[in-house]
Design a binder for this molecule. Structure first.
Ligand SMILES: Cc1cc2nc3c(=O)[nH]c(=O)nc-3n(C[C@H](O)[C@H](O)[C@H](O)COP(=O)(O)OP(=O)(O)OC[C@H]3O[C@@H](n4cnc5c(N)ncnc54)[C@H](O)[C@@H]3O)c2cc1C
Length: 501
């Protein structure tokens, strides 16, 4: 009997396993594939863009050096980036100009060793996470396909290959076609696809016929970023049957139509398809079963958001589920998972739909495209799109008066050289008390196993006297120069439960 069984050892399941393992839970991960390696996880197919919020999650758990190194980045992870801008991203294939981003208007941004974006690949992400998870005692079993899930009020059971795997909680991190979601009866609602997307490793007879970069065309979009690799979107209503393997003839005919060229493919090494079907579970919890990542929401990969959304789910859920397992969660804590993450997922689905809407063939969408292109050409427009892509826009509705409450905490830097990000490696919440009186110490100290109290002056305190940060890096309380102690104590009880006896 484990505390938690996670179905699926993709990036989200592994991230969640690390969070639970860090908090001392016993965790079993069941993965259908017999081994973690796949050509679709390595470059170019597995290439993924991580947002600042996701990179920040790795940074806070001390995994940034491993992630940078596995992603082939040679830079010194200890050196804070003076600028948040790197590979700023795109909207429906319209590239952002990093020079136009108004860094000063980004809410509460401070320089940090964690870059605001990172180009990596699934293999790197999963390797870093599975090594950490194993080091924390998580049991990861490959070649175990879960075929049934049952639950009662005390726990849930995963069934696979004639074996049963009981646990107090079960989390489906088993991707877009989630078996757990279907078996546990989670309603899944949304919109049907407009296009079929293709990602392919090919030999092109005369590659110069296709320009590098993103290309919106009257028939869809094609994308050439790496030699030998192409992606394209064909507005066929998502008609291509994904259970079929696309042939060379099919790929060439779609590519010719979408690109408007007479390009010839001489060989297809590997190809995969996807759509922009956009669906979301109406709740992320049914009794003892929860969902995270693509199991809870699917949408097109446009603008690279799915993995970031899933890592956000795992970071949000991990400490809440751990506190519930260990018996010190305040009343209702676990239900805040759906309440906080579902609106973020819904917004990402709409962001994806908005991109599809401006890419559709025809004069109306092309007219909107022109308007969006003009807006993205402005400083405000670029900054707006960058905030959406980077995750900087996310603010949970947690009440509270301070504008920082509900946001991802800035990487506050203390006079002694320590940074907030460094202080979060053990998975506890953090109180930073910049006030001379250190009046918050007693309330924090009597929950020491869940909350780290740190007093001292900050190099740039952003006008704050003190700040209370959850284990997932979200600010739940903040105050000006003279902290309001009763308000702080109420926030500590609300998020961290009763004092330790
Ligand atoms: C072409 C493309 C480009 C993308 N680019 C980006 C990007 O740049 N940025 C971004 O943020 N996102 C991107 N995404 C989306 C991103 O890849 C996904 O959102 C992310 O991989 C989801 O992770 P996950 O762990 O939830 O699911 P998955 O990665 O799908 O992992 C699920 C795991 O569960 C296992 N599993 C399934 N069923 C069972 C079962 N019954 N029993 C046991 N195990 C099971 C699977 O084998 C798999 O290992 C892209 C997607 C595509 C298709």
């Amino acid at each position: 009997m484990h505390d938690v069984v996670i179905v699926g050892a993709g990036p989200v399941g592994l991230f969640l396993a690390c969070e639970l393992g860090l908090a001392g839970c016993s965790v079993l991960v069941l993965e259908r594939e017999p081994q973690p390696q796949s050509p679709f996880k390595a470059e170019p197919f597995g290439m993924r863009g991580l947002s600042g919020a996701s990179v920040g999650a790795f940074y806070r758990r001390g995994l940034l050096p491993q992630l940078l190194s596995a992603s082939g980045m040679s830079e010194d992870p200890g050196a804070p980036t003076a600028s948040p801008l790197r590979g700023a991203g795109h909207f429906a294939g319209m590239m952002l100009d990093p020079a136009r981003i108004d860094v000063d208007s980004l809410p509460y941004w401070l320089p940090s060793p964690a870059p605001r974006s990172l180009r990596t690949h699934l293999e790197a992400v999963e390797t870093v996470l599975s090594e950490r998870a194993s080091g924390l005692g998580v049991d990861i079993r490959y070649g175990v396909a879960v075929t049934d899930v049952t639950q009662n009020e005390r726990g849930a059971v995963a069934h696979a290959g004639g074996h049963t795997y009981p646990a107090r909680w079960l989390v489906g991190c088993d991707g877009g076609r989630s078996t757990v979601r279907k078996l546990a009866g989670f309603p899944f609602e949304g919109t049907e696809p407009q296009f079929t997307g293709y990602s392919m490793q090919v030999t092109v007879a005369v590659p110069e016929k296709l320009d590098f970069g993103f290309h919106l065309t009257p028939q869809g979009m094609y994308l050439r970023l790496l030699p030998g690799h192409l992606a394209m979107m064909d507005f066929d209503g998502g008609a291509f049957d994904r259970s079929r393997q696309p042939t060379l003839d099919h790929l060439q005919s779609v590519l010719r139509r979408v690109s408007g060229t007479d390009v010839t493919l001489s060989e297809v090494q590997l190809a995969t398809t996807f759509t922009d079907r956009a669906m979301q579970a109406t709740t992320y919890r049914q009794g003892r079963v929860l969902l995270a990542g693509d199991a809870a929401h699917i949408h097109s990969p446009l603008g690279g958001q799915g993995l970031n959304l899933g890592i956000g789910d795992a970071m949000n859920l991990g400490w809440k589920l751990a506190a519930t397992v260990r018996g010190h969660a305040p009343q209702g804590l676990l239900d805040t998972y759906t309440r906080e993450r579902r609106p973020v997922g819904a917004a990402v689905l709409d962001w994806s739909r908005a991109q599809v809407a401006v890419m559709r063939p025809g004069p109306y969408a092309q007219a909107v495209q022109g308007v969006v292109r003009d807006l993205i050409g402005t400083r405000d427009g670029t900054t707006y799109v960058f905030e959406r892509i980077s995750g900087a826009w996310i603010r949970y509705d947690l009440g509270g008066e301070h504008p920082l409450v509900g946001r991802d905490a800035p990487d506050l830097h203390l006079e002694d050289g320590s940074r907030l990000g460094d202080l979060m490696g053990d998975g506890r919440g953090v109180v930073l008390d910049f006030s001379a009186e250190q009046s918050l110490r007693p309330a924090a100290k009597n929950r020491e196993s869940r909350l780290r109290y740190v007093a001292g002056a900050a190099r740039n305190d952003l006008g704050l006297g003190a700040v209370l940060v959850r284990p997932d890096g979200v600010v739940v309380w903040a105050d000006g120069r003279t902290p309001d102690r009763p308000a702080f104590e109420a926030a500590v009880s609300e998020w961290f439960g009763d004092p330790e006896s």
